[in-house]
Write a protein that binds this ligand. Structure first.
Ligand SMILES: [Zn+2]
Length: 355
């Protein structure tokens, strides 16, 4: 199904079954390559999604948060490297995703930097995957580029996340399931389509631009496959169905014995309509807020109880658990996408964060 020439820059063939009268994709049929790409979206840190979509991701307020980090002077961060970590967060699945037929994340997961000083290389060999980290021995920036070597995947017939030799169906709402000719007919009947001759096949070759567009459509539309085919302009057609509400404890300003485990935020509220005008916060709150940029999308979905308000992403996440459990390459890979973690050295003491 895939016409890959080199890893990450190929094209993926996907067949869309389209209801021409209603201008709607009923579902798509693909091999492992397209399902791998969809699953890889869950491993992307929120900051990476914002960056890849040119700070027009429509991912809540994350575009603005990212721009705030970008415009803050380096002196406001503990080190210059901290700012780099927020603007170009790494994914723990980055090395694995190098084998995707279409890879839109352009970070280089195997690249590291070491000290230029031969004495440091010989003795301690401090290294970092983040630019502008100072050497732990001499204090100079680690600037000499090295690269971890790439391990070959054992089963080449399998995909990155899911098994090969199978066909998969993807509904317009992004539910993914393994399928066969019989189950295709069953699926159509399930959708109330008795006469499949009313549908038209459209086969597309999806490259990096189309996949990036699909990611954008997933974040802005409840029917991303239809949007990809019929509405490639980026109008939001998503309903915010299940906004998560926050129960905040409001204490009087005179509280002399505050709980040390709580983060204190001082809100300035407009009397007229009780809306928050702005907040005064300490470094703990800023640390927490900025760190959200490093969280993988799948972790956020898990954290919000699969009610993220992006229905397609919730459907994709549920598919991993309920439809694709037997199709994953290994238990380790299943865990990597169901509970995506932060890569080494990105860990933080906040309990919200994946270890
Ligand atoms: Zn050094």
């Amino acid at each position: 199904m895939a016409g890959a020439v080199s890893s990450g820059t190929g094209k993926i063939q996907v067949k869309f079954l389209v209801d021409i009268e209603k201008k709607k994709v009923v579902f798509a049929e693909s091999g492992k390559e397209f399902v791998d790409v969809l699953i890889s979206f869950l491993t992307l840190p929120l900051g990476t999604i914002v960056r890849l979509l040119g700070k027009e991701s429509s991912l809540g307020c994350f575009d603005e948060l990212y721009k705030s980090v970008e415009s803050l002077d380096e002196s406001h961060f503990q080190t210059k490297a901290c700012k780099n970590m927020l603007l170009s967060p790494l994914s723990d699945a980055g090395t694995l995703c190098e084998d995707l037929v279409v890879r839109i994340d352009n970070t280089k997961p195997r690249r590291i930097r070491v000290c230029r000083q031969p004495k440091c290389v010989k003795s301690t060999l401090y290294y970092s995957s983040v630019p502008d980290v100072p050497c732990g021995q001499c204090g100079e920036h680690l600037a000499l580029g090295w690269k971890w070597s790439k391990e070959d995947r054992k089963a080449k017939d399998d995909g990155v996340f899911v098994r090969g030799g199978m066909s998969y169906a993807i509904t317009n709402e992004l539910q993914v399931m393994p399928t066969s000719t019989d189950s295709f007919l069953f699926l159509l009947r399930d959708m109330g389509i008795e006469d499949a001759t009313m549908l038209e096949d459209r086969t597309l070759q999806l490259g990096s631009e189309e996949i990036k567009n699909l990611l954008k459509q997933i974040l802005t539309s409840d029917q991303p496959l239809t949007a990809l085919i019929f509405n490639p302009c980026h109008e939001s057609t998503r309903k915010d169905e299940s906004i998560v509400t926050m129960n905040a404890y409001v204490s009087p300003e005179t509280d002399s014995n505050p709980d040390p485990n709580l983060i204190k935020v001082k809100l300035f509220v407009a009397n007229a309509n009780q809306s928050v005008v702005h907040a005064e916060v300490g470094e703990e709150f800023c640390n927490l807020l900025f760190s959200f940029l490093t969280l993988p999308l799948g972790h956020v979905v898990k954290l919000l109880g699969v009610r993220s308000s992006i229905s397609c992403i919730d459907n994709l996440y549920r598919s991993l658990k309920f439809n694709l459990d037997d199709c994953m390459n290994s238990d380790e890979i299943r865990d990597m996408v169901v509970s995506p973690r932060l890569p080494p050295f990105f860990s933080c003491t906040n309990p919200l964060f994946p270890k």
